[in-house]
Ligand binder design. Structure first.
Ligand code: DX5
Ligand code: ZN
Length: 221
């Protein structure tokens, strides 16, 4: 069942020189999850942060650390991110070689497991592992950068996943990531998403704007 909307600000758009403060500020402003975008310059054309930064940030918030791994290979790094304090570890099927094995490893580490679909990745990639996941992340931009425009064709994928998740009877978050604004948030929630990742729209305007930014994203259809 679709739950009340939760907001997952992506710290990719935070001020990296003050990351601890930024996490505290976005937590206080009402963030539900702290979304951490991990990129390796190989699976995606950008480099961001690794487990040491997750570990350093962990004491700054008790919120759920939602760690989105855009790295390949991913399996060798799962224990480090688990140990660093991630609550949810999300992987892409293309990170390979064996998605089901990666999800098993995440669960064996005692963490929640997520699968993420790129815009061109068919919905079936998630359906094949629905019994193994706690979260499905639909990328509404190509992964790699903040500040891109929402790809509207992904709304149909969200709707199909909403139906499949409801039919499964399991508690699975349906998260959308990329190009989320107050306007696209409404479309995504209407299609069935219940967790919204937002970088630019969360951190725009500096700390004084964060609470208003999150409230606007949460407003719903
Ligand atoms: C893209 C990342 C997103 C991104 C979202 O690869 O997974 O989380 O930071 O940024 P905005 O909200 O600015 O599109
Ligand atoms: Zn992300």
């Amino acid at each position: 069942m679709q739950k009340p909307v939760r907001i997952a600000p992506s710290i990719l758009s935070a001020d990296f020189a003050r990351l601890g403060e930024e996490v505290r500020a976005i937590d206080a402003a009402g963030a539900d999850y702290i979304h951490v975008d991990v990129m390796d310059g190989h699976f995606v054309p950008n480099l961001t942060i690794g487990p040491a930064v997750v570990k350093a940030l962990r004491p700054h918030s008790k919120k759920i650390f939602d760690v989105h791994l855009m790295i390949s290979p991913v399996d060798p790094y799962l224990p480090q991110f688990a140990e660093a304090g991630a609550d949810i570890l999300t992987v892409h099927p293309e990170a390979g070689p064996h998605l089901h094995r990666s999800l098993q490893s995440i669960r064996a580490l005692g963490k929640k497991a997520g699968v993420s679909l790129n815009p061109a990745t068919p919905v079936e990639a998630a359906l094949a592992v629905l019994d193994m996941v706690d979260l499905v992340l639909v990328m509404s931009v190509n992964p790699g950068f903040g500040g891109q425009s929402f790809i509207a064709s992904q709304l149909d994928k969200i709707a199909r996943l909403r139906a499949a998740i409801d039919a499964s009877g399991r508690e699975i978050d349906l998260e959308v990531d990329g190009g989320i604004t107050a306007e696209t948030a409404k479309l995504a929630v209407k299609a069935g998403a219940d967790v919204l990742v937002a970088g630019t729209a969360s951190f725009g305007g500096g700390p004084a704007a964060y609470a208003g930014n999150i409230a606007r994203l949460r407003a719903g259809p």
